[in-house]
Design a binder for this molecule. Structure first.
Ligand SMILES: Nc1nc2c(ncn2[C@@H]2O[C@H](COP(=O)(O)OP(=O)(O)OP(=O)(O)O)[C@@H](O)[C@H]2O)c(=O)[nH]1
Ligand SMILES: [Mg+2]
Length: 325
C-alpha cells in the first residue's frame, strides 16, 4: 500500500545502494541524462518506457511537461537518472519562459545530453535551431541524438535523416533511432548513454524510481485528462492545485482545484451538467489508483484565477517557477 507522499518502494531517496560498490572488474556507471527537445517529440514517453511507470504525463498536445521530473533506471551495470524536461519552445507567457529555463538548467547540470527529435516528420526549423544551439560547444557534456517515433517513420528517409543530423552536429557521440512507444532500440540507447556516465556506484536506492510525490502525481494525472479532453488554448491556460491529499489507510482522499485563466473557460471545462468534469475525474482517478496501488476518492473544483500563467509569484506557488528562485 502506498504511503502519503511517496510512490517509490523504498522510502529513502538518499540511501545509497550497494550496487557497484565492490565489483572492480566491470565498472558501475551512474549519472544524469537530460532529455531535451522541442515539445511533443516523446521525451516523457521515453522516460516512462525505460523506467516502466508513468511518472510523467503524456498527451498528443505540445507543452505537456511543465517542470523537471526525475525517472531513475537501475540495473546491474548502471543507474541512469533521467531528467525529463519541458519542451523548448517560444512562448509569450511567463509560464513558457520558466519552462524553457528549466530545460536549459537541466541541460547544464546533466552528465549527458540526450537530444530528441521526431523522426516521423521532416526536420523542422525549431528542431534544427535547437540542435545547432547544443552543437555550438558551449555545453561540454557528451551529446547523443535520439530519433524517436521510428515506428511511424518512413524507413527510406531514416538514413538521409541520420546523415543530415551528422552534418548538423558532427561532434555528437551517437545518433540512435528509437521508438519510445514500442520500446524499440531503447536497450541500445541505454548502452550508449552508459558509456558517458561517470564510473561510480549507484547514488540512489534501486527501489527509488522518481522524485515525484503522490501529491504531485495526483495534480499531473488530473491535468493530463484536461489536456486530453480540452481544445484550443484551454489546456495551456489550465493548472491543477492539490488542496488536500490524505491517506486514510484503505483510501486516499484528494481535493483538486483546476485553475483556469479566464471566466469563459470555466463552463467549457465543467461541461453540460458537469459531465466534462466527471469524465476528467473518473479517468484521473483510475490512473491514480493504478499507480498508487490503492483506492482513491477524487473531488475536483474549477476556479478562475485570471492570467495565473503570467504571474511569477503564482507560478512559484504552483511549483512552476524557473527553478532558481
Ligand atoms: N508513434 C509514436 N508516438 C510516440 C512515440 N513517442 C511518443 N509518442 C507520442 O507523441 C506524443 C507526445 O509524447 P510526449 O512523451 O508527451 O512528448 P514530450 O516530448 O514529452 O512533449 P512535451 O512534454 O510537450 O515537451 C504523445 O501522443 C505520444 O504518445 C513513439 O515512439 N511513436
Ligand atoms: Mg513531456
Amino acid at each position: 500500500m502506498a504511503t502519503t507522499e511517496d510512490i517509490n518502494k523504498s522510502q529513502q531517496p538518499n540511501k545509497a545502494s550497494e550496487l557497484g560498490k565492490d565489483n572492480k572488474e566491470t565498472p558501475y556507471h551512474c549519472g544524469t541524462v537530460a532529455l531535451l527537445g522541442v515539445p511533443n517529440v516523446g521525451k516523457s514517453t521515453l522516460m516512462n518506457r525505460i523506467i516502466g511507470a508513468k511518472v510523467a504525463i503524456v498527451t498528443p498536445k505540445p507543452q505537456t511537461t511543465r517542470h523537471r521530473i526525475l525517472g531513475i533506471h537501475t540495473d546491474e551495470q548502471r543507474q541512469i537518472i533521467f531528467v525529463d524536461t519541458p519542451g523548448i519552445h517560444k512562448g509569450a507567457q511567463q509560464l513558457n519562459r520558466n519552462m524553457v529555463r528549466v530545460a536549459y538548467a537541466a541541460a547544464e547540470e546533466a552528465d549527458v545530453l540526450a537530444i530528441m527529435q521526431d523522426a516521423s516528420k521532416p526536420l523542422d526549423m525549431p528542431t534544427k535551431k535547437l540542435i545547432e544551439r547544443f552543437a555550438d560547444g558551449r555545453l561540454k557534456q557528451p551529446r547523443i541524438h535520439v530519433l524517436n517515433k521510428v515506428d511511424r517513420a518512413d524507413k527510406s528517409r531514416l538514413l538521409p535523416r541520420l546523415k543530415q543530423l551528422q552534418q548538423l552536429d558532427p561532434g555528437a557521440k551517437a545518433y540512435i533511432p528509437v521508438s519510445a512507444r514500442k520500446g524499440t532500440q531503447t536497450d541500445s540507447l541505454l548502452k550508449e548513454l552508459t558509456k558517458y556516465l561517470p564510473e561510480q556506484p549507484a547514488i540512489h536506492d534501486p527501489d527509488w524510481f522518481t522524485d515525484q510525490s503522490q501529491r504531485q502525481l495526483a495534480g499531473e494525472y488530473v491535468r493530463e485528462q484536461v489536456f486530453l479532453s480540452m481544445h484550443q488554448e484551454i489546456p495551456f491556460q489550465t493548472a491543477v492545485d492539490i488542496e488536500r491529499f490524505e491517506d486514510l489507510g484503505d483510501i486516499i482522499e484528494i481535493e483538486a482545484v483546476i485553475l483556469v485563466g479566464s471566466e469563459r473557460h470555466k463552463p467549457m471545462l465543467i461541461g453540460k451538467g458537469g459531465g466534462g468534469m466527471k469524465a476528467v475525474g473518473t479517468k484521473a482517478r483510475l490512473g491514480l489508483e493504478e499507480i498508487l496501488g490503492c483506492r482513491v476518492r477524487l473531488n475536483i473544483w474549477v476556479k478562475v484565477d485570471e492570467d495565473w500563467f503570467d504571474h511569477p509569484g503564482k507560478l512559484i506557488e504552483l511549483g512552476l517557477g524557473a527553478g532558481n528562485e
